[in-house]
Design a protein around this ligand. Structure first.
Ligand code: SAH
Length: 229
C-alpha cells in the first residue's frame, strides 16, 4: 500500500474514533509525518502507533496527537507553548493551527533535527529552546494554550502560572511507565477546572537537561493510547 493510501486510511480511522474537528483532520492530512520519523520506519509513518526517534524518545501515536490537538481548541490567533519538542511533529501541527508556537526540548540533538525539519517545511512560526520545560518560557508568557508531551507526576504549577485566564493546558499526568491520564485544565477567573480525556502512556517529564543528549536515556515506553476514559 502506498504512503498516500495509508494516510487516507489513518484519517478515516481518526474520524471513526471521534476526531471531529475538521481543521485538525485537515492539518494532519497535509503534514508529511514521514518527514518526522527515522528512515527505517518510513513505511510505518501512517500507522497509528508511536515510533522511536532516538535517545529513548518517541514521536507520539497519531490518535493521541489528534486527541490532544483537538482538546486544545486552537484559534489562529493563539500563542502556544509545547514542552517536549521530540521529533517536532506535534509542534509542526500546532504551527498550522495557531499563530506562534514556542517549544522546549531537553535533548539538544533531537532539537537540532526538529529544527531542520521545520526549516525544510518552511514552518517559520515555531521558536525552539533547549532547556528544562518544567520552567516554562517566562519571557513569552502568558500563553493561550500549553501542551505537555511528556508525563508529569504532579500538577506543574510553574507552567499553570504561565497560562492565560481563559486558557487551556493539555497534559499526561501519572507515574513513570504506569497508568497515566490525559487531562485538560482550563484556567478561569476562579482558578483551574480539570477533566480527564483518555488513558495514555507517555515518556516521563524529566528534570534538567538531557546530558547534552549524547547518552540519552534508554527508556522505551512511548506515547500511546490505552483506552478512552
Ligand atoms: N511532541 C513530540 C513527542 C516527544 S516525546 C513529537 O511530536 O515527536 C517527549 C519529549 O519530551 C522527549 O523528546 C523528551 O526528551 C522531552 N522531555 C522530557 N522531559 C522534558 C523537560 N523537562 N523539558 C523539555 N523536554 C522534555
Amino acid at each position: 500500500m502506498s504512503l498516500a493510501a495509508r494516510k487516507i486510511r489513518l484519517i478515516m480511522n481518526l474520524r471513526r474514533s471521534g476526531i471531529t474537528d475538521l481543521r485538525v483532520l485537515a492539518a494532519i492530512e497535509r503534514l508529511p509525518r514521514e518527514n518526522f520519523v527515522p528512515q527505517p520506519f518510513l513505511d510505518q509513518a501512517y500507522e497509528d502507533k508511536a515510533l522511536p526517534i532516538g535517545h529513548g524518545q518517541t514521536v507520539s501515536q497519531p490518535q493521541v496527537v489528534a486527541i490532544m490537538t483537538q482538546a486544545l481548541e486552537l484559534k489562529p490567533t493563539h500563542k502556544v507553548l509545547e514542552v517536549g519538542t521530540g521529533s517536532g511533529y506535534q509542534a509542526a501541527l500546532l504551527s498550522r493551527l495557531a499563530r506562534r508556537v514556542y517549544s522546549i526540548e531537553r535533548h539538544r540533538p533531537l532539537l537540532r533535527e526538529a529544527e531542520a525539519r521545520f526549516l525544510a517545511l518552511r514552518l517559520t512560526n515555531i521558536h525552539c529552546r533547549c532547556g528544562d520545560g518544567n520552567l516554562g518560557w517566562p519571557e513569552q508568557s502568558p500563553f493561550d494554550r500549553i501542551i505537555l508531551t511528556a508525563a508529569a507526576t504532579e500538577r506543574p504549577q510553574t507552567l499553570l502560572d504561565q497560562l492565560k485566564v481563559g486558557g487551556i493546558m493539555v497534559l499526561p499526568i501519572g507515574p513513570d511507565r504506569g497508568d497515566q491520564d490525559l487531562i485538560r485544565v482550563r484556567r478561569t477567573d476562579e482558578g483551574f477546572e480539570e477533566e480527564t480525556l483518555a488513558g495514555v502512556r507517555f515518556v516521563p517529564l524529566l528534570p534538567g537537561l538531557g546530558d547534552n543528549g549524547e547518552n540519552g536515556d534508554t527508556r522505551q515506553a512511548g506515547p500511546g493510547r490505552k483506552s478512552l476514559a
